[in-house]
Unconditional design. Sequence first.
Length: 300
Amino acid sequence: MTAMTDNRAQTAEAAKRLRRQRQVFDGMRTIFNYVLLVTILLIVVVPLMWAIAASFTPNEQVFRYVFPFSWRALLPSDPTLDAYMNLFRLRDFGRAIINTLALSLGTVAIGLLISAMAGFAFAKFEFRGKNALFVIVLITFMIPVEVIIIPLYILMRDWGWINTWHGLFIPGIANGLVIFMFRQFFADIPQEILDAARVDGASWLRILFQLIIPISLPAMISGSLVLFLGTWNSFFWPLVVAPAPEFRVVQVAVSLAVESRQTIWNELMAGAILAAIVPVLLVFPFQRYYVRSIASTGIK
């Protein structure tokens, strides 16, 4: 009897010791997680804070407190709006913003139409070569534009599209990633709904635009974000195909702060911040739709 009591006591003591060890381990893991998150936050936020401060600092003082680094680098030295004023007065940044907005919105409007129709065809139609064509679509968004920039430029030159709006616009309206997203989203829609609409005499275009598109809000928003952000952030292709000032876009305008003999750092930071405002304002309100659409493309 005494042995059994001793065994129970030892078991209870071991259980208490195990619980204490587990609590200590959980506490250390929580502390480690918070330290890791704070470190990542500082890595992301500190450069952003410095860029904002640098945009309000005279160019000759931008690196004054950076080497060695001091917290004063995160505050503007002799605050001034000269960098922002020079962007609009000397760099014609306002026109670049208008050009990029027009180009991005046009790409979204036409690109969504083309991508939705292509995605619907891949999801619901059966035709010869369907799988091979879909593989080609997948390959298109895996290949960076730099790989095809030379033949694409030669094509634009032969067509006389250098320094034209259609040279900027047309190569970007068909996006393989957006077609893939639409195809995956439309594939989840029950075929019975389409069959019922066909029995009622609806055409395929009417089914797409009056039945499928209205229930595809996550895919539409996600596709719009991909097309808009891709166009808004494009630099290399606009620089190559439309270098004329009247066709200049935001990212090219930002790069003008890097001159042949010097870099105007405060203007570079100011331009980068202004260029980032529109994407941030778009992504935050609609990110839940984007995440939902991306998640649905993987559930197959």
